[in-house]
Design a protein around this ligand. Structure first.
Ligand SMILES: N[C@@H](CCC(=O)N[C@@H](CS)C(=O)NCC(=O)O)C(=O)O
Length: 94
């Protein structure tokens, strides 16, 4: 799959914590499709992902984009609108 610039942003250090039935998660997954961005999806129906999200991000709310930065820091981005803006900005950088 290609995005508008025919280059794919590197999303290998990111994962989206989500729930299949959550409308806010659906918005993010639609935006991913539209932007041609592929991310590892981690359903919080899986107790291990849910507890990782709570331990790392501090809340079980989804969607949450996990970004593992090269300096070892892990960022937990909640709020569907912020996640979508961030994904759009990745495409702008390519
Ligand atoms: N303002 C948030 C709302 C997200 C939200 O309300 N998510 C629900 C699921 S649809 C949730 O995770 N609720 C809390 C929980 O399950 O712990 C966004 O836009 O991402």
């Amino acid at each position: 799959m290609t995005n508008q610039n025919n280059t794919m942003p590197d999303t290998s250090t990111m994962s989206l914590y989500h729930k299949a039935t959550c409308p806010f998660c659906l918005r993010v997954r639609w935006a991913m499709q539209r932007l041609g961005i592929d991310l590892e999806l981690r359903s919080t129906a899986d107790p291990e992902h849910r507890s990782d999200l709570l331990a790392g991000g501090g809340q079980t709310m989804v969607p949450c984009l996990r970004i593992d930065h090269p300096d070892g820091q892990t960022q937990w981005m909640y709020e569907s609108a912020d996640i979508i803006d961030y994904l759009k900005s990745l495409n702008d950088q390519n």
